[in-house]
Design a protein around this ligand. Structure first.
Ligand code: 3PG
Ligand code: MG
Length: 394
């Protein structure tokens, strides 16, 4: 890996511009999930302890280049301060006079949060002027925002070319975990890909079949594959127009020796709602819809987990937000957690719905690594270069 770590940089007396992703869920005027805040605390603490001034750059929501009080990071500052256990100053603009003044008032070890970088159009345009204005505030750049690394923005990409740069603790941990899962994994490797639609995960499936030994397909997207094989899927969510694509993926997997695993039994219902009357079938009746994988499918998946050394997971196996159609996801997640605890499996998961599903299953804590990223995790799994990472390597 061609990037530097925090340990290779000297922060004493320096001002470190640290890109974090604290784009956190916010409900009723409060941060409702601290995961992303807690995840960047080690980087902040280590730079601060090394005598650096920590200037945090971040985005919040999608304000589209305009100041917008609803997306002000001032609202996140109290939660950051509380989790950090140290005062966090705030600058009302991320560049220009207010930012310079706030940085000028810092002592070594202090922490400052700059206002939402996306209040300036130059951020998302990766405008060199914007990157230069940010870079002018400090001496060193630290990127700890893996989950925003799929964006080539001034604070994630442009600035890295202007200052000595390194990866923060979280960025390093994410990249190491992903490398252990897909870059240089212990084999056999099994991937679980679920979720509603094949259309959003075509690149992902195409890349994974070249990298993993077995690919378990679940959720609504499995229906598209079943239909493509001529199976009746009734009223299930299904992208019939992608039948040809699905068949091509099946053929390619066969050709390169990747085992594609589709459900062998199905939990079907007549209504898309929690506790809808349901039954386990092998063929979906015309008036029913598939809402989960059945017990034989789960047994098959767990068997594959047992024969694997590495698991990478993105997306639920069924309509996990509706009980009891979270059964397959929960059972598979619990089995993966147990094998990880036993030390026979390295398990890595990421993506918004995935983390929610694993948390609901009570399995997340036992996974080897849970990514804080949604889109960036997917793009990495797709084999794409993440601009924010590439800029650290240059
Ligand atoms: C996220 O929440 O997925 C990241 O912070 C990236 O946000 P974006 O999708 O608005 O770029
Ligand atoms: Mg996103």
């Amino acid at each position: 890996m061609g990037w530097k770590t925090l340990d290779e940089m000297d922060f004493a007396g320096k001002t470190a511009l640290v890109r974090v992703d604290i784009n956190v869920p916010f409900e009723n005027g409060q941060v409702s999930d601290f995961t992303r805040i807690d995840a960047v605390l080690p980087t902040i603490r280590d730079i601060s302890a090394a005598g650096g001034k920590v200037v945090l750059m971040a985005h919040f929501g999608r304000p589209k280049g305009q100041p917008n009080p609803e997306m002000s990071l001032a609202q996140v500052r109290p939660a950051l301060e509380a989790r950090l256990g140290q005062p966090v100053a705030f600058a009302e603009d991320c560049i220009g006079g207010p930012a310079k003044k706030a940085v000028g008032a810092m002592e070594p070890g202090d922490v400052l949060l700059l206002e939402n970088t996306r209040f300036h159009a130059g951020e998302e345009k990766n405008d060199p002027m914007m990157a230069a204005s940010l870079a002018a505030l400090g001496n060193v750049y630290v990127n700890d925002a893996f989950s925003a690394a799929h964006r080539a923005h001034a604070s994630t990409e442009g600035i890295a070319k202007l200052l000595p740069s390194c990866a923060g603790r979280l960025m390093a941990a994410e990249l190491q975990a992903l490398d252990a899962a897909l870059g240089n994994p212990q084999r056999p490797v099994v991937a679980v890909v679920g979720g509603a639609k094949v259309s959003t995960k075509l690149d992902l499936l195409s890349n994974l079949i070249t990298k993993v030994d077995a690919l378990v397909i679940g959720g609504g997207m499995a229906n598209t594959f079943l239909a493509a094989q001529g199976k009746d899927v009734g009223k299930s969510l299904c992208e019939h127009d992608l039948a040809e694509t699905a068949r091509a993926i099946i053929a390619k997997a066969e050709e390169i020796g990747c085992r594609l695993v589709l459900p062998v039994d199905l939990v079907v219902a007549r209504e898309f709602k929690a506790h809808a009357p349901h039954e386990v079938v092998t063929d979906c009746p015309p008036d029913a819809m598939i809402l989960d994988a059945g017990p034989a499918s789960v047994a098959q998946i767990i068997d594959i987990f047992k024969g694997s050394r590495t698991l990478i997971w993105n997306g639920p196996l069924g309509a996990f937000e509706l009980e009891p159609f979270d059964t397959a996801t929960n059972a598979a997640a619990k089995a993966a957690a147990e094998l990880t605890r036993d030390g026979t499996l390295v398990s890595v998961a990421g993506g918004g719905d995935t983390v929610a599903a694993l948390n609901r299953a009570g399995a997340a804590g036992d996974f080897t690594y849970i990514s804080t990223a949604g889109g960036a995790f997917l793009e990495w799994m797709e084999g794409k270069v993440l601009p924010g990472v590439a800029a650290l390597e240059a």
